[in-house]
Design a protein around this ligand. Structure first.
Ligand code: 6PG
Length: 251
């Protein structure tokens, strides 16, 4: 992956990392609202972003963020009910969405609980088509897509060796992830390529090896999904020192 164009930010601990990403989110939100009156952002799931979402909802930053003009989407969702402990929507609601004044119709949830994941994906594709802004240069776009990173290099639910990696005609697809024996619904690389900004938020020692491979010089034969992000996007990496610890050794 050509990381010369990527911006990489490393912070000593989670508090500093989450404060920095909160400030970056604030700037992107204000810029988007000044530019076109709204801020359209897709949230990442998993465990890493929870504390960041809680920081966004804290009184200090929350009162200066343009929640009334913010549209929330999801980068992916597990095929469980929205109140299930594994649901990304549930995590984001508990940490952020229930605590800030975003109009309910501006929270665009993936209906991943329905029996047919492919239908849930198709419905989300229709939601994106109806809700995302369009410019006369590149068509529809997200102002920001938040991503996490798995130890295997997956982003959203774009796992290694999964069929969805080859999906380039749809913005959203359902995928059965053999590795975890579970169905997911996820944005595809086509959708990620619509982002004006992408933040990849990574923390913890268990991510140091994959970070050393994709951002450092640690040799690896496979191409990880995070390395397949379209070149139209310039990811901004936000790492804590633990995730970056091997990066220093291999640079
Ligand atoms: C999900 C996420 C996934 C996540 C990574 C990292 O639904 O799990 O979208 O891509 O960002 O697996 O997860 P952790 O933050 O829990 O390590």
């Amino acid at each position: 992956m050509d990381i010369r164009r990527h911006s990489i930010h490393v912070f000593p601990d989670l508090a500093a990392l989450n404060a920095a990403v909160t400030e970056r989110w604030r700037k992107l939100a204000v810029d988007a609202v000044n530019d076109h009156g709204e801020f359209h952002v897709a949230l990442s799931g998993g465990s890493t972003p929870r504390h960041f979402y809680e920081q966004l909802a804290a009184p200090e930053p929350a009162k200066v963020l343009p929640w009334q003009a913010t549209h929330i989407y999801f980068g992916d969702e597990r095929c469980v009910s929205p109140d299930h402990k594994d649901s990304n929507f549930h995590m984001a609601s508990e940490a952020l969405l229930r605590h800030v004044p975003i109009p309910k119709h501006q929270i665009h949830r993936i209906e991943a609980e329905i029996p047919e994941p492919a239908i849930g994906a198709s419905r989300y594709e229709q939601q994106l088509a109806a809700s995302l802004p369009r410019d006369n240069r590149n068509g529809k776009y997200f102002d920001l897509i938040m991503l996490g990173l798995g130890p295997d290099g997956h982003i959203a639910s774009l796992f290694p060796d999964s069929a969805i990696l080859a999906e380039h005609s749809k913005l959203v697809a359902a995928v059965h992830v053999d590795k975890i024996q579970a169905w997911r619904i996820s944005l595809t690389f086509l959708a990620i390529g619509l982002a004006r900004h992408v933040i990849i938020l990574v923390a913890g020692e268990n991510k140091s090896d994959i970070i050393a491979k994709v951002l450092g010089n640690r040799p690896h034969s496979e191409t990880f999904p995070v390395e397949m992000i379209p070149s139209s996007v310039t990811p901004e990496w936000y790492l804590d020192a633990l995730a970056a610890e091997l990066l220093v050794d291999t640079r």
